[in-house]
Structure formats: structure tokens, C-alpha cells
Design a protein around this ligand. Sequence first.
Ligand code: ADP
Ligand code: MG
Length: 258
Amino acid sequence: MGKPSIVVHNLIKNYGQLRALDGIDLEINPGEVFGLLGPNGSGKTTFLRIVCSILDYTTGYVRVSGLDVVKDSMEIKKITGYVPETPVLYESLTPTEFLNFIGSVRRIEHNTLARRIESFAHAFEIEDNMNTFIGSLSFGTKQKVAIISSLIHDPEIIILDEAMNGLDPRSARILKNLLTEYSAQGKTIIFSTHVLEVAESVCTRIAIIYKGRIVDIGTLAELRQRSGSKRLEDIFLEATGEGDLSPVIKSLKETMSR
Ligand code: ADP
Ligand code: MG
């Protein structure tokens, strides 16, 4: 295996008095689909925003593709694609207009851009929505436009914050397949979720994060072996104790009862 694409040592992030990240150590390799799994408020969004250089940290060491997330912010933004938890889209543009706008900001050559927009629209099955104002699209279609806008410059590091949440099962499947394809190309994917089933189905390795700390990390098989139990739900319960679990369990139950 080559050099890790993401290296994090003893990362601490305080928001005033609140310690959101409390000493994160992590190395992620090219080709991984890495899942950050934790209940709401555990620090997932904070971590992902630091990695893609849109949030500063308090102390620690963070390198992405050998670059410093603070000093080399411009470079990091070129090689990363970030899908935020709540994407900002221009409601009065159509997806075609919006993606052309993003593509021009990213300085993607015109013909390349047109080809990519067409092929993403096809892959996500939104060809019929491409010339409708974003403001009048469904939540799931907006989410797809946001995902496409984060992938259009073909980033080597892909960071998705709860990106499956608004997607119907078919669209979620399309995204999973795309991520698997990207990982086969050697790209690095980091994915946060509080939905166990999502982590279980896409990630090559999982870190369970709780109160700003990584409480367990490994492949699903390794996590299972260590805990001696079969289900990710049990591992998660053991790793995070009995408190603060209701959102995760609730979402798990919702997933299972569908
Ligand atoms: P997650 O994405 O796992 O739900 P977050 O990273 O959003 O967790 O939040 C981690 C903790 O930091 C939470 O306690 C949250 O309330 C707090 N937090 C997040 N963003 C801010 C902020 N901008 N200012 C103050 N506290 C914040
Ligand atoms: Mg979050």
C-alpha cells in the first residue's frame, strides 16, 4: 500500500468551552471508503470540515495528500470534493446552470464539463430535471445536484457528510456503486453517517466516534471479532455505552422496518 492520503494526529478542536474533537488519530489510505459512525453531536461534521480545509482546528496535525490543511488550503480545495450536511444551492438556477457555474469556478474545460454534467445527470437519473429551477426540485434531487457539484472536478479525496440521508433506496444504491467505483480508481472516500446500515453496506473500514474520540476502528469484520458479537448495532452499543444512543437506535429501527 502507498502513502496514506489522510493523516491525522492528536487532533483537538474546541468551540469555546466545548471540546468537539478530543485527540483524534487516524490514517486513511487511497482506495478506502472510510466510514465515520457516531450519534449526533459526536464530532463527525467538525472532523470532516477540518479535513477539507473549511474549518480551523485548535491543536494537532492534519495532512491531506501530504498538504497542510491550514497553509495549503487552496490546493486542498482543488483535490477534495465535499458534500456538506446541508448543501447550499442556488434555488433560482437550473441544475445545468448551477453545474456550469461550479465548473467554471473550478476552471474545467468547456467540453469536458459538458460531458461530465451529461454523464452525471445520466448516472443519477436526473436528466429530466436538469432544466428546472433547483428551488422547485424534490429534496432528493437537490441532494443529487449537490453531490454532482462536489464531484464535477474529479477530486481525489471525496468527503460526504450524511450524504445518503435524503436519497431514496435506488439513488442511495447508485451513490454506493459510484463510491465503490471511485475507490477502485484509488480515490479516498470519507463518509459520515449516524445510520448503521449505511456504514455496514459501503465502508471498507469504520471508525466509531463518540464525544470527539474514536472509540473503535477497523474493518467491520475486525470490529465484530473484537466485540465477539455479530451485529454492528451491538458493537456500537458496547463502544459508546448506554447513553446518547436513542437517535442511532431510532434510525436503525426505521431502516430495519422499511
Ligand atoms: P456531528 O456531525 O457528529 O453531529 P458536530 O461536529 O456537528 O457533530 O458537533 C460536535 C459538537 O460540537 C456538538 O456538541 C455541537 O453542538 C458542537 N458544535 C458544532 N459546531 C459548532 C459551532 N459552530 N459552534 C459551537 N459548537 C459547535
Ligand atoms: Mg454532522
